[in-house]
Design a protein around this ligand. Sequence first.
Ligand code: F3S
Length: 64
Amino acid sequence: MRIIVNKAKCQGHARCWAQAPDIFTLDDEGYILPGDINVAKKDELKAARGARSCPERALALDRG
Ligand code: F3S
């Protein structure tokens, strides 16, 4: 699974990071780093939870 990061939508809520700090990396100001995230099978549940927790919908799941 992959998470597609729309950096432009991120407002720094950090809810993704709160759910899965080892998957979502924030910069010094609390915004998500740009670039899609490849997620290992074992981490899919918490990664999906983190992505869905973003109130700005900056994180999309790609299960293809
Ligand atoms: Fe940004 Fe959403 Fe995470 S606003 S810091 S991608 S919860």
